[in-house]
Design a protein. Structure first.
Lengths: 303, 449
């Protein structure tokens, strides 16, 4: 099964609700009236796009439909598709690789979104690609978080740098980076404790990790991935904003797309903060991580 | 994002002040704002639709109470209706006629089941029960270990069978152990799963039919979006839930999922998780949640917490001092010890409506650890320094204080600055309180004239 098919498959649920509704909507009507637009907005809102972004998208569609003198309701879907593609498809959507090894990736997010699992899957992805991967267990706070990452390190067969539970996460980050340099790792991925973006002391702790890394290797971390749970609603926008302010988020990993959630909030995040989605999580297994590809994503969404 | 609903409605109604009755046009206009606020708060789209329709029915043609302006009136209806919908307070666990009572925690991946299981065990123990925690998440790496660590922290026993992969078997063995070991509550932490995963949902059904839990609690992340409806519906259909626990309410989410879940299941939301610490589980308060969803802050909680920790005499004395600007570092010290008792500071500040918007307050760093230094610094001051720091503190005195408190002169200076800011903040809080009292009939809505 090729990547495209697997992606389509795993996005089946995402697609179902969303596209079926647009299809029935478009096929039921021939002429374009107010109701058509209203229902478009409803569909977007129900996909967690957020009411402000949805309204703006629909406004754009309305304007374009007018400009292009589209008269058949069936012509609306491609316009909306195009709009979403345009919104999501800009910016650097691949993982930044630094010219000098190691490339340092810092993974951040609120509690339970899938940071540790994503790191396990990511390590596997890059290991398969022939990269030397090292993991840093800087979630020293949550009970057994280190053990959890350790299980993944064993599974994927990569090394892991850890301190004791409760120790300073910035020190773990520092040691991991030194070890990555010493061992000639290509990629260092650092796990952090889940934290609500509103807790200023915890966000300070994150800033400190960023500073320590930058001092040990100017320019590091080269990639700061914010993990967003696809079931999250509009709060994701605040998350992205505040994590971005603290450590400069460079990309989003959208997890749990194997559920019924549609993850539409990434449109809102891209719209408000211009942060691109780079990876998606579609299950708990080692292979359940995919690069985010707008063309395929939107196609899978609408096919 | 959107301003708070109260302010928006106030704007909407400015133009139609002074009418005696709510017309359909007025109500429609107001309900557009209500609809937006609810959607923005992540209440499910269909739930919003029904809700707005019901409000409209109630509001059109109603005579305006003389004490309320139209905005207040609509808010009152919306607020009442929302509170009713959210259900009464009910944080009771169904107890088995013959112990042990078996409680099963279920929910999506990452919702917070493990932490909540431990918190619930802690809470029930405080109520005199003997809980046994059961590690039945056999999938997620180190999930068992996580519960064991939490159990150790709480000194609550955790039942685990590392070699056993079948959660039904684990549950059975645990219940047997509880019966002989004198435990009267068994709390089973299950693996997280997506409600569309047929295999894993069937597994939960099997646990349900073999273990016959007396209480099944769905753990829902308060940040959940539109999908909360599908999740709650499916879990409820397949397991017949007894209640819901809402987690991560200590963030800044408006928490519309609460309304979605409640209205599709009809089951009570029993507890709310408000922090990572193991005592941060509270009974759920429908009225406060209604205000939060509407974007009106959690004023009630704040007032209650403040009342718990300040007695009336103290309060009056402080207020007088603040008003007359006699508030000193000594008073500050006293305040700090009270505030510390009120709970995590961010939480306390977050409960004040409109505070997010006040720039000045944002500059005040809220760090619990810092309070320790603050106390040390003040305690290293002489009485006259505490009374009039601006006047008496010079460089050498500051150096002495820094040495005495194990801090630096910069930290002493920072404290003095913070003290000034705090004085201002308290005056602002008092102004808010005053306008609240003036509001008279509806003290829950402080921002109306
Ligand atoms: N179904 C599904 N579950 C996931 C996915 N990513 C992570 N999880 C699960 O979500 C839960 C929390 O993940 P974890 O990595 O511990 O989150 P963290 O707290 O952010 O590190 C675990 O049960 C994971 O197995 C995903 O893409 N799909
Ligand atoms: Mg983790």
């Amino acid at each position: 099964m090729g990547f495209f098919n697997r992606l389509k498959d795993s996005l089946a649920k995402t697609r179902q609700g969303f596209v079926e509704k647009i299809d029935t909507l478009v096929h039921r009507r021939k002429e374009i009236d107010e109701d058509v637009y209203e229902e478009l907005e409803e569909i977007l809102v129900q996909a967690d796009v957020g009411v402000a972004t949805a309204m703006e998208l629909v406004e754009n569609v309305r304007r374009i439909v007018k400009e292009r003198r589209i008269e058949d309701a069936a012509g609306i879907k491609p316009v909306l598709k195009e709009q979403i593609r345009e919104l999501l498809g800009t910016g650097n959507m691949t993982i930044n690789v630094y010219w000098q090894s190691p490339t340092v990736v810092l993974v951040v997010g609120v509690n339970g979104v899938g940071k540790t699992t994503t790191i396990g899957k990511m390590a596997h992805l890059y290991k398969m690609d022939g990269k030397r991967v090292l993991l840093g267990a800087a979630d020293t706070f949550r009970a057994a978080a280190i053990d959890q990452l350790e299980v993944w390190a064993e599974r994927v067969n990569v090394d892991l740098i850890k301190h004791r539970e409760g120790s300073d996460p910035a020190a773990v980050a520092y040691d991991s980076l030194q070890a990555a340099k010493a061992r000639g790792a290509d990629l260092l991925i650092i796990d952090t404790a889940g934290r609500l973006h509103t807790k200023s002391n915890l966000m300070e702790e994150l800033k400190k990790i960023g500073r320590v890394l930058d001092r040990a290797m100017p320019g590091a971390p080269h990639e700061v991935l914010l993990v967003l749970d696809a079931t999250t609603g509009q709060n994701a926008v605040n998350q992205a904003k505040l994590f971005g302010e603290a450590v400069g988020v460079t990309g989003i990993v959208l997890t749990k797309l194997d559920g019924s959630a549609k993850g539409g909030v990434v449109l809102g995040v891209k719209h408000a903060l211009n942060i691109p989605v780079k990876l998606i999580g579609i299950g708990e297994g080692i292979d359940d991580l995919r690069p985010f590809d707008v063309e395929e994503f939107v196609e899978a969404l609408f096919s | 994002m959107f301003a708070n609903l109260a302010e928006r409605l106030q704007d909407t109604f400015k133009k139609m002040r002074g009418k005696g009755r709510l017309t359909e046009a007025d109500v429609n206009e107001a309900l557009r704002e209500v609809r937006l606020a609810l959607l923005e708060a992540d209440v499910n789209f269909k739930v919003v639709k029904n809700f707005v329709a019901r409000i409209k029915e109630r509001a059109v043609g109603q005579e305006l109470l003389s004490s309320l302006n139209p905005a207040q009136h609509v808010i009152k209806i919306v607020h009442d209706e929302l509170t009713t919908l959210m259900g009464g307070s009910n944080s009771k666990i169904n107890l088995a006629p013959k112990p042990p009572t078996v409680i099963m925690m279920v929910g999506l991946n990452g919702a917070g089941k493990t932490t909540t299981s431990a918190k619930l065990a802690n809470l029930l123990r405080k109520q005199g029960r003997r809980p046994l925690l059961v590690a039945a998440d056999v999938y997620r790496p180190a999930a068992i270990k996580q519960l064991q660590v939490l159990g150790e922290q709480l000194k609550i026993q955790v039942f685990a069978r590392e070699e056993q992969q079948d959660p039904v078997a684990i549950g059975r063995a645990a219940v047997e152990k509880a019966a002989v070991g004198g435990f009267d509550i068994v709390i089973i932490d299950t693996a997280g799963r997506q409600e569309v995963n047929e295999e894993l949902m069937a597994e939960l059904e099997a646990m349900n039919s073999y273990l016959q839990p007396h209480e099944i609690l769905l753990v829902v992340d308060a940040m959940t979006g539109q999908t909360a409806v599908n999740v709650a519906e499916t879990f409820n259909r397949r397991l017949e839930l007894d209640g819901v626990v809402l987690t991560k309410l200590d963030g800044d989410t408006r928490g519309g999922a609460a309304l979605s879940v409640r209205s599709v299941t009809g089951k009570p939301i029993k507890f709310a998780g408000v922090g990572e610490k193991l005592d941060a589980l509270e009974p759920f308060h429908p009225d406060r949640m209604a205000e939060r969803i509407l974007g009106m802050g959690d004023m009630l909680t704040l007032i209650e917490k403040a009342q718990e920790n300040f007695d009336a005499g103290q309060m009056a004395r402080m207020q007088k001092k603040i008003r007359s600007m006699e508030f000193t570092l000594d008073d500050f010290l006293e305040q700090i010890s009270h505030v510390k008792k009120m709970g995590p500071l961010e939480q306390v500040l977050g409960m004040i409506p409109g505070l997010g918007g006040l720039k000045k307050l944002k500059d005040i760093q809220v760090d619990e650890k810092e309070l320790v230094y603050v106390e040390a610094i003040i305690r290293s001051m002489t009485p006259d320094e505490r009374q009039e720091p601006e006047r008496v503190l010079n460089g050498s005195r500051k150096r002495r204080i820094a040495r005495g408190s194990g801090t630096s002169v910069q930290e002493v200076n920072r404290l003095l600055k913070q003290f000034e800011q705090t004085k201002k903040m308290m005056r602002q809080l008092m102004d808010m309180e005053k306008s609240m009292k003036k509001g008279g009939k509806i003290p829950k809505m402080p921002f109306f004239n």
